[in-house]
Design a protein around this ligand. Structure first.
Ligand code: AHM
Ligand code: MG
Length: 348
């Protein structure tokens, strides 16, 4: 095993960075790692077993759930319940937050927000999907934790990460001291440190957006897309367009190669499509820790004050120079923030 560092070993080693840490956060991260291996096993055999298709239920956003979404949701809640370090799980798949009430979690002080299986519309065609998670410390000191404990700004996150179930399975996470990536070695069933201290290139040449929605984008976004397509050798334009439609996979690729991922407001989603607590905050924490930027077009994602569990936001995230350029064009051409509740005019 020389030269290999497993996720478990790494977490324990890093615990020493926090002098007063009692190991609770480490155990929580370990629980998430274990659940993701179980989910990975099922995702990997999705084409083999009759687990595909709609589960016949819809989540709070009114979207059809695939069976694997339901399965992943159950696995993460089960792992966090038996692990004992978490008092509330807020998940994209449940209307309300899930209080964890087990004898082992009596003094639990962490809140987990999770999108158990993001991009699940991609499962039945063998395209990468992911899990996204975010960890907060509960604010209240006694009694049961409440919604106020969950609705914290992204800056309050103590850890965040994602798992990508792709050509290989990787877990990438941060506790605010850089970003590290671990690849699952199926032969030993362990996540092994493969991408230490990940940094996103300051500039890139990849832009990722669902361009089919072009007609409904704010003018600032339309200008950025045109900017990306104009020839200019000094800035390596035209850029390359890459869009998987699986946020974790798109952002993971851009983290490694340099690029920008955008999901702006559209006519159909006047406040954006992606969820602040389950998708945007954790990804923003990771990308900022890797040296990039995450913005709603005008404001830093991590500074948005959440007011509801399933709140959505537009997002521009990735290489610092690319996001700054998109922000500049948004400020010039679409200076109304989605936070002010102003959607985009249809056909704009
Ligand atoms: P989901 O949580 O329902 O899976 O939706 C989130 C996904 C992201 O992974 C992806 O980037 C985006 O939705 C794709 O949306 P669209 O099909 O509108 O481009
Ligand atoms: Mg999702």
């Amino acid at each position: 095993m020389s030269g290999i560092k497993t996720l478990g070993q790494f977490i324990i080693e890093k615990q020493l960075d926090f002098p007063y840490a009692k190991g609770e956060l480490s155990r929580l991260l370990r629980d998430i790692g274990i659940a993701s291996k179980i989910v990975n096993r099922e995702v990997n055999k999705a084409g083999l077993v009759d687990i595909l298709g709609d589960a016949g239920t819809t989540n709070i956003q009114g979207e059809g759930q695939k069976k694997l979404d339901v399965y992943a949701n159950e696995q993460f809640i089960a792992a966090l319940t038996s692990g004992g370090e978490c008092c509330i799980v807020a998940t994209e798949e449940e209307d309300d937050f899930v209080p964890i009430d087990s004898p082992v979690s009596k003094n639990a002080k962490y809140i987990v927000c999770i999108d158990p299986l993001d991009g699940s519309s991609n499962i039945d065609c063998n395209v990468a999907v992911g899990t996204i998670f975010s960890i907060y410390r509960r604010k209240s000191v006694e009694g049961n934790a409440t919604l106020t404990d969950v609705l914290q700004k992204g800056t309050q996150q103590v850890a965040a990460g994602y798992v990508i179930y792709g050509s290989s399975t990787m877990l990438v996470y941060t506790t605010g001291k850089g970003v590290n990536g671990f690849t699952l070695d199926p032969s030993i069933g362990e996540f092994c440190l493969s991408h230490p201290n990940m940094k996103i290139p300051e500039d890139g040449t990849i832009y990722s957006i669902n361009e089919g929605n072009y007609v409904h984008f704010p003018d600032g976004v339309k200008k950025y897309i045109k900017y990306a397509q104009v020839e200019d050798l000094s800035t390596k334009r035209p850029y390359t367009s890459r869009y998987i439609g699986s946020m974790v996979a798109d952002i993971h690729r851009n983290l490694i190669k340099g690029g920008i991922y955008m999901y702006p407001t559209t006519a159909a989603s006047p406040n954006g499509k992606l969820r602040l607590l389950y998708e945007c905050n954790p990804m923003a924490f990771i990308i900022e820790q890797a040296g990039g930027i995450a913005s709603d077009g005008l404001n830093r994602i991590l500074d948005i004050e959440p007011t509801e569990l399933h709140q959505r936001t537009s997002i521009f995230i990735g290489s610092a120079k690319m996001v700054k350029m998109a922000e500049a064009l948004m400020a010039e051409h679409s200076p109304v923030t989605p936070l002010q509740g102003q959607g985009v005019v249809i056909g704009e």
